[in-house]
Structure formats: C-alpha cells, structure tokens
Design a protein around this ligand. Structure first.
Ligand SMILES: Cc1cc2nc3c(=O)[nH]c(=O)nc-3n(C[C@H](O)[C@H](O)[C@H](O)COP(=O)(O)OP(=O)(O)OC[C@H]3O[C@@H](n4cnc5c(N)ncnc54)[C@H](O)[C@@H]3O)c2cc1C
Length: 363
C-alpha cells in the first residue's frame, strides 16, 4: 500500500487512536492540537472511561451496544500491545439501588430485558441477592440487599491511555504540533493526502449543529472504600456511577446537562454527586476530593456518532457523546477500512451514518 501524508486535527481520544493505527500501517502522520500534550480541556481527559455497553443500552441505540462489545475486545488487545502499562479492567459492573427506589430498578431491569430480547447474543444481566453481592463486592452488601451484575463490562484509565498512546505514536514517528488551533477555513491542506478532523466539540466552529452536553465529575481518594468494579446507583433523581481507578482513587459522575458551559463544577452538582456516593458507601465521608472537573461531550441531535466528508480529502468523525471510550475502537477500525481500502462494510455493520456531502446535509 502507498504511504500517505495524513493530518489529524485533534489529539484527544479519536485523534491519538487513529494516529496509532495509521502509523502502524506505514502512513506519515502529523497531529495538530490546540492544547498542551496533557489535553486537560478535552472530553477524553475528564471522562470516567467506563466501557459499559449493557448499562448504557437502556439509554442508547442497539448499534452503540454492538460497537461497545466489539470495542471491549479491541481495548484488551490494544492496551496489552502498548509499551506503557494502561489500567484496563473487564470484571463486570454492578447496579444497586436503595429499597425505596425499587420501582426505578424494576423499570431499569425491564429495559435490560427488552434489549436482551432484541440482541439475544449479548451477555445476560445477573440478578444477585445479598449473599451473591457480598461475594462480588463485600462492602456493597453492607448497604444493599440486592443488585444486578453486568458481566464482561469494563473500564480503563483514560489518562494513562492518553499518555501511553502519545509515547507509542511518537516512538513510531508521529509528529505532534501542540498549542496549534486549527480552523478548517484557513488550514492549508495542500501538503496532505487526507485530513481527518477529530476536534470533538472544537469542531463546532465549523459545524454549528454539534452541541456540547455538559458533564461534571469528581475524583476522590477514599482509602476506606474498597470497590473493585464500576458501580451505578439506580436513583430517580441522582443516578450516579462510581468508577474505581488505581490506589483507592474513584471517579464519581456524572451530571448530564444540556449546556455548553464548560466552567468549573457547580456547588449543586458537587453536593448531589457526593451525597449520592455517600449513600452507596459511608467511607466516602472521609475521602479527599482531589479533582472536580467539567467538560462538554461532543454530540449531535440524536446523540449518535457520524463520519462524513466535506471534500475529497477531508474526513470528519464526531458526535461520540458519552460513548467515546465505549465505541472508539469500532469507529477507528471503520474509518481505517474506509480510508485505506475504500471499504464501508464495517461502518455499515455498525450502522454508522456515512455522509459524502456538504455538512449542511448531515443532520
Ligand atoms: C464528564 C464526562 C464523562 C465521560 N465518561 C465517559 C465514559 O465513562 N465512557 C465513555 O465511553 N465515554 C465517556 N465520555 C465521553 C468521551 O470522553 C468522549 O466521547 C470522547 O472523549 C470524544 O472523543 P473526541 O476525540 O471526539 O474528542 P476529545 O476527546 O474531546 O478530543 C478533541 C481534541 O481536539 C482538540 N481540539 C479542539 N478544537 C481544536 C482546534 N480548533 N484545533 C486543534 N485541536 C483542537 C482538543 O484540544 C482535544 O484534544 C465522558 C465525557 C465527559 C465529558
């Protein structure tokens, strides 16, 4: 295959993953990002990076769930292949609820059954009593009488991943241009065979139909809390998740607010997230808040991703919403097939809309 010169705009989640896969195929890659290498103001940096296709299935479409399962296998292989260690875990996740919220749990469970009927090949949710819950997460069984275990679900450490992808891609020859904000109108693409726009919410400047959905998260250090798996609290008002990272660090999140405000987390959200976490485990009372953050998830009106061309050489990938980590490998593999073999079969299999027209027509 002929080596191409490819520019990638944005060094967040998609940009780095694409850079890795394309440089491995022998292409010459330049990546441009408006931030420093840590990209602290990207969705990728702030995310909880849970890989939970079943838990998400109640709030999304079947193709996202399918992409999620495909991607779980790809993440495992990908993280194992990197020279720097990345925390990746696939030991399932748990849903719990307080007794007074039994009807919300019942509703959730009915939705899971409907998805199971629609996608019968998916792993089945397991309803666990207090004894079984205790075997999975002993500390949760002190507080909850029952739960739902979702096998095969996973999570990874987003920041370790971003760091490891940077090291790997630089080692393979990818050139990064930091603190370089790109707007498509003035970007000179003469030197490139292809340009791939992965600027997330930063693409809004060129595509106003993109919207940000504000998400707020807290990172706490909680030595008294011993949870191994991502845990979600089913609650009619405060449905939070708690994602355990390494060394007793927990990500508690996330709000979902129809707003493009990416200013600091609000007091109300902080109180709600922490109060709900405290009802899951009283050990969070003595936790130390090590970070409070907010960022916008890049989303289209239907909350589904899209791949489109605005010209023969410029390809755009966006709208990963709250599922970026869940589906990124599936999206990246679909893009690679398109770009290198002109083969849309994987994208079609995942029902990712492919548009080859002016952006006005994409929504
Ligand atoms: C609070 C929160 C929690 C989340 N939790 C999860 C989760 O548990 N699981 C999950 O699957 N997903 C989660 N997500 C979603 C996930 O983070 C996003 O879907 C994903 O990061 C989107 O990837 P991206 O590469 O499109 O954008 P980003 O990761 O945001 O990267 C975009 C990059 O483009 C750069 N850029 C922007 N504008 C320009 C410009 N003009 N020029 C140059 N560079 C530019 C930015 O600096 C950034 O580095 C969460 C998101 C948030 C906010």
């Amino acid at each position: 295959m002929t080596s191409k010169n490819i520019a990638i705009l944005g060094a967040g989640l998609l940009g780095r993953l694409l850079a890795l896969e394309l440089v491995k195929l022998g292409h010459c890659i330049k990546v441009f990002d408006r931030q420093e290498p840590s990209v602290k103001e990207s969705a990728a940096y702030v995310a909880a990076s849970m890989l939970a296709p079943l838990a998400e299935s109640v709030a999304t479409e079947a193709n996202i769930v399918e992409m999620g399962y495909y991607s779980l296998n790809r993440w495992k292989k990908l993280t194992e292949s990197l020279s720097r260690e990345v925390f990746f875990q696939q030991e399932g996740s748990l849903l719990v609820w307080h007794q007074q919220d039994h009807s919300s749990a019942k509703h959730f469970s009915t939705q899971l059954q409907q998805i199971g009927a629609q996608l019968p090949h998916l792993p089945k949710p397991e309803y666990v009593n207090q004894t079984q819950l205790s075997a999975l997460e002993p500390q949760l069984a002190q507080q909850f009488l029952e739960g739902i275990y979702l096998p095969e679900e996973g999570q990874l450490d987003n920041r370790e991943l971003l760091g490891a992808l940077l090291v790997e891609t630089e080692h393979l020859g990818v050139a990064y241009h930091w603190n370089t904000s790109i707007d498509l109108g003035s970007f000179c693409n003469d030197a490139f065979d292809n340009v791939i726009d992965c600027r997330g919410i930063g693409s809004k400047i060129d595509y106003p139909e993109l919207r940000g959905v504000r998400g707020e998260v807290l990172r706490v250090y909680a030595p008294e809390v011993n949870l191994r798996r991502p845990t979600r609290l089913i609650h009619p008002k405060y449905p939070i998740y708690i994602a355990p990272k390494r060394d007793h660090v927990y990500v508690i999140g996330a709000t979902e607010i129809e707003s493009e405000d990416d200013s600091a987390i609000s007091v109300r959200s902080t109180l709600e997230l922490l109060s709900a976490a405290y009802t899951v485990h009283s050990g969070f009372a003595e936790a130390r808040i090590i970070e409070a953050n907010a960022q916008c998830r890049p989303s289209f009106k239907n909350n589904l991703p899209k791949i489109w061309r605005s010209s023969a050489k410029v390809l755009h990938i966006n709208g990963l919403y709250r599922h970026g980590f869940l589906i990124a490998p599936a999206i990246v593999d679909s893009v690679i097939s398109l770009l290198t073999q002109d083969d849309p079969s994987l994208a079609n299999q995942f029902q990712i809309p492919l548009m080859d027209m002016a952006h006005e027509n994409i929504c």
